[in-house]
Design a binder for this molecule. Structure first.
Ligand code: NCD
Length: 312
């Protein structure tokens, strides 16, 4: 793994190894605090972030690496017109790896093309968010494992999952659906007609023989699914604010709608939530979105170790 730009670069064995490694790290987090000492990680965030940037930073620091970067491109030479490629060439002289987020789809791929050091995609426009998909998969396996001592990755097999909300612009669902494709899932894509899953991703899922269906309502599938994966309507990708306002409250999980789902269905969300989950559902035992966000640290430690440490 030289760069991590798309989840499709990872095999089932790669994903399984990362999930197992995240579990091992979570079980003994203090064993790794010098694993990457002497390593410098640059976090280049051209777009807002809370979880991704802070959990990547926490992960690097827990491994003994040093971290520097920016979270506001307006304070950098990007503002003066420097190209992304030149910024990456410069950071190549300062760091051992780059974690980056950018508003343009494909920006991380462009960065990787000119980078001799690993580039990790922490979200590129409405493209992908592969590390989020990995932490999502880890969280599902962890929650579904019965005997808590050893992670049972086979629990990822044959899941029935509903992806709900902004499937057009939501990069997390683009990555997670393709990551899950290794594990024979049944996918329900629930969205308003204007926010459907992009045709090219559906085509890739079809080629990989993933069973899926698209629909607008969630009521009819509520009793059939193991995972409800909600997403935020991506306001920043809308040219028309009125259209965003019309769509943002379309699917809301509250006490009443939560009652539609099975007792063992897991409620997930990459966060931030805006209108999609009423805080009254936070104490429901099926709600695991905060655990999911916390798992970002362990998965990102596993990713850094795999990419940056020889013989890890
Ligand atoms: C997501 C993202 O940035 O794509 N957030 C995250 O990293 N957990 C989801 C979102 O912003 O809606």
């Amino acid at each position: 793994m030289r760069h991590l730009i798309s989840i499709t670069e990872l095999s089932k064995a790669d994903i399984t190894k990362l999930i197992t490694s995240a579990f091992r790290i979570k079980s003994a987090p203090n064993k790794y605090h010098t694993a990457l000492s002497g390593t410098f990680i640059a976090t280049l965030f051209f777009e807002p972030s809370t979880r991704s940037r802070l959990s990547f930073t926490a992960a690097a620091m827990r491994l003994g690496a040093q971290v520097f970067g920016f979270d506001d491109p307006a304070t950098t030479s990007t503002k003066k017109g420097e190209t992304l490629e030149d910024t990456i060439r410069i950071v190549n002289g300062y760091a051992n790896a780059i974690v980056m987020r950018h508003p343009e789809t494909g920006a991380c791929k462009r960065a990787a093309a000119v980078s001799a050091i690993p580039v990790i995609n922490a979200g590129d426009g409405s493209g992908e968010h592969p590390t989020q998909a990995l932490l999502d998969l880890f969280t599902i396996a962890e929650q579904k494992t019965k005997a808590k001592k050893k992670l049972d990755v086979s629990t990822l097999q044959n899941l029935r999952i509903a992806f709900v909300g902004d499937l057009k612009y939501g990069r997390t669902v683009h990555s997670l659906s393709q990551g899950l494709a290794h594990f024979n899932p049944t996918c329900h894509f629930i969205s308003p007609p204007s926010l459907k899953m992009p045709a090219e991703i559906l085509q890739k899922l079809k080629e990989r023989k993933v069973a899926y269906q698209e629909c607008e309502k969630w009521k009819q599938i509520a009793k059939e699914i193991d995972i409800l994966y909600l997403t935020r309507v991506q306001e920043e990708r809308f040219a028309d604010k009125k259209e965003y306002d019309r769509l943002k409250g379309r699917y809301v999980l509250n006490k009443k709608t939560a009652a539609l789902f099975r007792n063992d269905c897991l409620f997930m969300h990459p966060l931030p939530r805006i209108a999609e989950i009423n805080p009254e559902v936070d104490t429901d035992s099926r709600s695991i979105y905060f655990k999911q966000a916390h798992n970002g640290v362990w998965m990102r430690m596993a990713i850094f170790l795999t990419m940056l440490k020889q013989n890890s």
